[in-house]
Structure formats: structure tokens, C-alpha cells
Design a protein around this ligand. Structure first.
Ligand code: MSP
Length: 515
């Protein structure tokens, strides 16, 4: 029976265009979704946009349009970019969607009725960048640490979610479920926040309409709208069909959230407590990744070094960029993007190793076997070792993906590509072809090379779906890959193969890049 699996990305603010940071999280989510589908799991993948709040209202005002017109435009751009890049999401959720607004209001009412929300007077320092009141911990030299700007002094009456009453429960949950937040450093970070509670208090969940109208109205007080984070987190429930949509319970029972480290507090503290209070099961895992720097520097609009996935696609092909993101970053740690490193990975792994294997296996099959997969003779020790290496790669990829080690999963896959290239070098089919007495050996060798390529076309599918499909197409298969297809020995002799263009072009080192 297939297992259910639900993977989410954060919903992206609409005051920015898609960049490498958003793309990385979405690539990781897409890879996991595709891997689970490959394994036959009943998979649901959600991504989308976070559209309310002060920042969005300000961005719309600066453009001279209504917030709704503004979010419609940017959300359409996000969605079409994600579609262009081939992400396989099942729902693109927007926090302005009617089902989401309804869920947020129902949940607010429920939490209010349960006595978990209280009306209070509040004085504090507010950062518009963070969309919240800051505490001492958030400040450095009087400036917000994240946004490096001075917060505003504000005094307001507001509604508060009595979150602090649940901190002990959260500590206990984190202690009982070691992989609840992973990698471990982020679990420790949340435990640290909870231990010295200086950075944590009850959560202000309302904004007076006189200051901000762009949000979901509180169902119990029409003078207020809901705080953007309380609204945004609920997207994960709405996207999967909360409260009674088809498949909701199944998917929610196996939800994996993916986020960047900057939004650990809302996901690691607010969200589990919100779920507990509303009586919903707590998520399975919060998976936290690090930050991309660009050529060694922080990425920012003012530095003009924002990396756009569409620009990278135009320059190198999206799968080359996608490969780089998955191969280069150790999930959980920071990573550095540079075009010269991308070119090196593309040329070294994709063009020289994988592209070359595909190219020579198919060229020799065309030349020596009329383009048809030959019949294998009795496998010898080297054929068996290639078959064993295929099985090892399959098992290692599974283990590494369960541990979110995407770079190691690709290392295992490329160790198999190396093994097959080495096998072809050792067997030297171009030499066997010259000796009529070696015909059976030639056929066994080319069968083994094509079969290895077929298995690669299955195992590669979650990481580089287009290249993988192209490999399978060249070996006569146009169906979706399934994990069962990775078992050795399924390629039918006599299958017609197609040579095709190089799978990955080689690129020159970019101008000005260090060699
Ligand atoms: N809207 C909130 C999320 C709400 S989820 C209920 C938000 N949006 S965001 O657009 O600012 O950021 C979305 C994600 O992009 C975050 O996970 C963030 O970590 C990630 N990244 C933004 N810049 C990044 C890098 N330079 N590197 C890696 N990821 C980064 O926060």
C-alpha cells in the first residue's frame, strides 16, 4: 500500500521576485515530491504566495495600485515562473484565496472561544520588515538585526495569542521527538529560545485597521485584521484541504515542512503551538536549510547581485542550475553560489561524466548494433559488479534522501556513473568490435552499458526530471519512471535506441571568474 506524503515550501512574499533562495527551497521540495511519487507514495506538494501584511500594502502604495491588483500581478509571475521551471506542485496557494480566508477566520474564532486569545494594551518597538514587535534579542545597536533599520515606537491595544502557556509542552515535544526539527542544530536553536525565554512572549496576532487594512478581518472584532504570520502559517492546512477536503487527514499525518533558517521562530515555536491549541496533529518534521551567498557576499537588491532562476535557465539550462543547487549545498548549512562553480559542476559531472556515458553508449549501439539494444550473453564478474553498483546507488540514494543529504545522494548516483564509465573503458567495446570472435562480449558490454543508462534514467528522475526523461526516451521508454524500474535487467534486447544531441553542453568559464 502506498504511503501518504505531504511536502510544503514557505509561501513567498509578493514584495520580491523569485530568486535563488526561493528557487532552492522549491527545488528541494520538488525533488522530494518526485522521489516519493517515484516510490509510489500518495504525494501532495504545495507552494504559493504570502500576500497580506504591511510590507505588501506599502509596496502596492509605492506602485500606485490597490493591494489586490498588486498581489494578483506578482502571484501570477511567481506561479508562471514555477510552471516554466517545471515544478510539480499540486496546489499553488495564495493567502487571498477564499478557502484560506475562511479557514483563518474559523481557526481564529475557535482559538478565541477556547480562551487562548486576550485583548491587551501594548507598547513596543515595531519592525515593518519583520512585521512584528521586536524584543531586546532582535536588536543590535538599536537596529533590527535582520533588517538593519531602526524600529518604530508603537503603542496599541491588540489581541494576544497566549502562546507562552505552552512553552513547557513544546520543550517536552522537542525532547521526545529528536527529529521533529532537523538538522539538529536548529532543534537546539529552538530549545535555546525556549530555555531563556527573553526572545519569546505571547504573540500579538492583530493589527488595528486604522493602521493596516490589508489582511483578514478578525471574526470577533471588525476593527482589526489578523497578523500576517498567524494567517500565513495556516496556509499549510488550507493547501492540503483542511478541514475536510479529500485526502487532508492522510496527507497532514505525514507533512514535511521546508524552510530557510531565517523563519525558524514562527515555524518552530508559533506553529506547533497554534496546531496544538486548535487540536490539529503537530507536523512530522520541520526541515531547515541555510542561506545562499552570491560570490561570497550576502545577496541583496542594493548590491545588485540577486540571482534569478530565469536568467540562469537562459544561460545554462535550468537543470544545470538545479543540479548545482542540490549538489553544492549541504542541507542545513550555508552555501555559496558562483557562476564559475556552476560551470565547473556542469562541465565536470553533467557533460563529461553523464553526458559522455550516454553519448558513447548510444553511439556505439548505433554503430555496432544498428541502434538496437543487443542481447546480453552470460554476465561475467564485471557485469555483476555493475549490477551491484546500480543496486548500491539505489539504496544509498534512499538513505541520503531520508536524511535530506541531497549532495550525498547525487554523489552516490555519480559514483555509479563513474563505475559504468570505468566498465566501458575496461571492456573497450571499440576494440571488441574489431574482432569477430568477440561479438558476444561486445553485445554483453553494450547491453550492460545501455541497461546501466536506463537505471540512471530512473534514479536521476527526482533530481533532473527532464534529463532523466530524455535518457529513458532515447532507450525507447516514454512512461513515467517508477522505482521498480530501477531493478537490474529489465531492458528488452531489440529495443530501438536514438542517439540525439549532447545531453548537456559544455560552457566556457564566465568572464572575470577565478579559474
Ligand atoms: N512569507 C514568509 C514565509 C511564510 S511561510 C508560512 C517568507 N517569505 S520570503 O519570501 O521572504 O522567504 C521565503 C523563503 O526564502 C524563506 O525560507 C527564506 O529562508 C528563503 N530565502 C530567502 N533568501 C534566501 C537565501 N539567500 N538563501 C536561501 N534561502 C533564502 O519568509
Amino acid at each position: 500500500m502506498s504511503r501518504a506524503y505531504y511536502i510544503t515550501t514557505p509561501i513567498y512574499y509578493v514584495n520580491d521576485v523569485p530568486h535563488i533562495g526561493h528557487t532552492y527551497t522549491t527545488v528541494v521540495a520538488d525533488t522530494l515530491a518526485r522521489y516519493h511519487r517515484l516510490c509510489g507514495d500518495d504525494t501532495f506538494f504545495a507552494t504559493g504566495n504570502d500576500e497580506h501584511g504591511e510590507k505588501v500594502a506599502q509596496a502596492a502604495e509605492a506602485r500606485g495600485v490597490t493591494p489586490q491588483a498588486f498581489v494578483d500581478e506578482v502571484a501570477a509571475e511567481f506561479r508562471s515562473t514555477w510552471e516554466t521551471l517545471g515544478f510539480s506542485f499540486d496546489r499553488f496557494i495564495r493567502t487571498t484565496d477564499a478557502d484560506h480566508r475562511k479557514n483563518v477566520q474559523n481557526i481564529l474564532q475557535q482559538v478565541y472561544d477556547a480562551g487562548e486569545i486576550e485583548f491587551r494594551e501594548y507598547d513596543g518597538l515595531y519592525c515593518v520588515g519583520c512585521e512584528r514587535f521586536l524584543t531586546d534579542r532582535d536588536l543590535e545597536d538599536g537596529l533590527c538585526k535582520d533588517h538593519e533599520r531602526a524600529p518604530e515606537k508603537r503603542s496599541e491595544s491588540n489581541y494576544f495569542f497566549k502562546m507562552s502557556a505552552h512553552f513547557d509542552w513544546l520543550v517536552e515535544t522537542l525532547n521526545n521527538q529528536p527529529d521533529f526539527i532537523r538538522p539538529e542544530r536548529y532543534r537546539n536553536e529552538v530549545l535555546g529560545m525556549l530555555r531563556d525565554q527573553s526572545g519569546l512572549e505571547d504573540l500579538c496576532i492583530s493589527r488595528p485597521k486604522e493602521r493596516l487594512e490589508w489582511g483578514i478581518e478578525l471574526p470577533f472584532d471588525s476593527n482589526y485584521v489578523c497578523y500576517v504570520w498567524f494567517d500565513a502559517l495556516i496556509n499549510y492546512l488550507t493547501a492540503a484541504g483542511y478541514p475536510d477536503g479529500d485526502g487532508f487527514e492522510r496527507h497532514w499525518a505525514n507533512v514535511d515542512h521546508l524552510i530557510g533558517k531565517d523563519i525558524l521562530k514562527p515555524h518552530g515555536v508559533f506553529w506547533p503551538i497554534m496546531l496544538k491549541v486548535m487540536g490539529a496533529p503537530i507536523y512530522q518534521h520541520l526541515n531547515v536549510h541555510g542561506y545562499w551567498t552570491v560570490e561570497g557576499r550576502k545577496m541583496s537588491k542594493s548590491l545588485g547581485n540577486v540571482v534569478s532562476p530565469l536568467t540562469m535557465r537562459d544561460r545554462y539550462g535550468f537543470e544545470s542550475f538545479r543540479y548545482f543547487l542540490l549538489r553544492e549545498m549541504v542541507f542545513g548549512l550555508d552555501g555559496n553560489f558562483s557562476e564559475s562553480a556552476l560551470v565547473a559542476r556542469n562541465n565536470g559531472d553533467l557533460a563529461n561524466k553523464l553526458g559522455n556515458l550516454v553519448n558513447r553508449a548510444l553511439n556505439m549501439t548505433a554503430r555496432f548494433c544498428d541502434g538496437q539494444v543487443p542481447s546480453p550473453g552470460t554476465p561475467g564478474a564485471s557485469e555483476k559488479s555493475v549490477a551491484d553498483a546500480a543496486e548500491l546507488a539505489r539504496r544509498e540514494i534512499d538513505g541520503h534522501l531520508s536524511a535530506l543529504e541531497f549532495h550525498r545522494a547525487l554523489e552516490s548516483l555519480f559514483a555509479f556513473v563513474d563505475r559504468v564509465n570505468q566498465y566501458v573503458d575496461e571492456r573497450a567495446p571499440w576494440k571488441l568490435a574489431k574482432d569477430p570472435a568477440a561479438r558476444a562480449d561486445l553485445e554483453t558490454t553494450l547491453y550492460t552499458a545501455c541497461e546501466a543508462m536506463r537505471v540512471i534514467g530512473v534514479l536521476l528522475a527526482p533530481f533532473l526530471p527532464e534529463a532523466a526523461a530524455e535518457i529513458r526516451r532515447r532507450l525507447g521508454s516514454t512512461t513515467e519512471a517508477r522505482m521498480e524500474d530501477a531493478a537490474w535487467g529489465q531492458l528488452q534486447p531489440g529495443t530501438a535506441t536514438t542517439k540525439g544531441d549532447p545531453l548537456f553542453p559544455r560552457f566556457e568559464e564566465p568572464d572575470g571568474a577565478a579559474s
